[in-house]
Design a protein around this ligand. Sequence first.
Ligand code: AMP
Ligand code: FE
Ligand code: FE
Ligand code: ZN
Length: 285
Amino acid sequence: MRVDLHTHSARSDGTDTPAELMAVAFAAGLDVIALTDHDTTAGWAEVAQHRPRGLTVVPGVELSCASPVAGGRAIGVHLLGYLFDPRHGAFRAERIRLRESRHGRAEEMVRRMRASGLPIEWERVAALAAGGPVGRPHMARALVDAGQTGTVDEAFRLHLHHDSPHYVPKADLDVSDGVRLIAAAGGIPVLAHPLARSRGRVVGDDVLADLAAAGLLGLEVDHPDHVEDDRRHLRGLAADLGLLATGSSDYHGTNKQTPIGMCHTNPAVLDAIIGLSTGASPYTD
Ligand code: AMP
Ligand code: FE
Ligand code: FE
Ligand code: ZN
């Protein structure tokens, strides 16, 4: 059984519609995928409707969070939530707040890029986001479309990375609050790519232990942005802290190179996630 617990559709910053994502997953021979769009559950209804027989879909989300650093700039972290109740009021309000914050932040980044002479139009960025949570991949694609850069990856390296003068932080959610919100809505909180070092600073083992104490239930261990040594370290840490260890591709369609199904989750871990959740059920035959 092949299980991929982290994918994005065009309801956030992937390029496949939820229906296309289902077809891609099915064609790749996957048995289970999770839909984890950034800060939105907008794709859930579409996957429920378009899921092919034989493919199980775990509805989820990837929340934009931050881990505070005493006296310094917070570290951005991503928190996966699976099988929560999307109607839970406080959690729903927080997802709305995160999406609204993305909007103002993207407008400011576009303003800064234009001020420095880059050919990027807010209308194009907004059209690419199609009413969903707008993110840097939409800005990257707008720069590619305008002929400014050759690829999305190059746009990140030249103009959109964390230390770029155009970068504006989002109003992220404190990650321990995120853990509690997901749990309160009956869901399973799993920290996404904890050691994806190419994206900037990463949190230390002490933070992971604190999050486990706050109710975190898993660590994403196998991820394309994790080198082998870090995977081994995280696997040991997950065992020590009593956390589930997941694996996933973080597929984004053509906005990233990674093929769907590139990393997998052990089916026993999926069973634990389903067994512990009380907020929603997987879409299955
Ligand atoms: P944002 O949420 O707007 O800060 O944008 C972060 C998103 O950009 C993440 O979800 C990543 O999927 C994506 N991303 C980060 N670095 C790159 C890169 N070098 N190439 C393509 N996508 C990237
Ligand atoms: Fe993304
Ligand atoms: Fe992420
Ligand atoms: Zn992701």
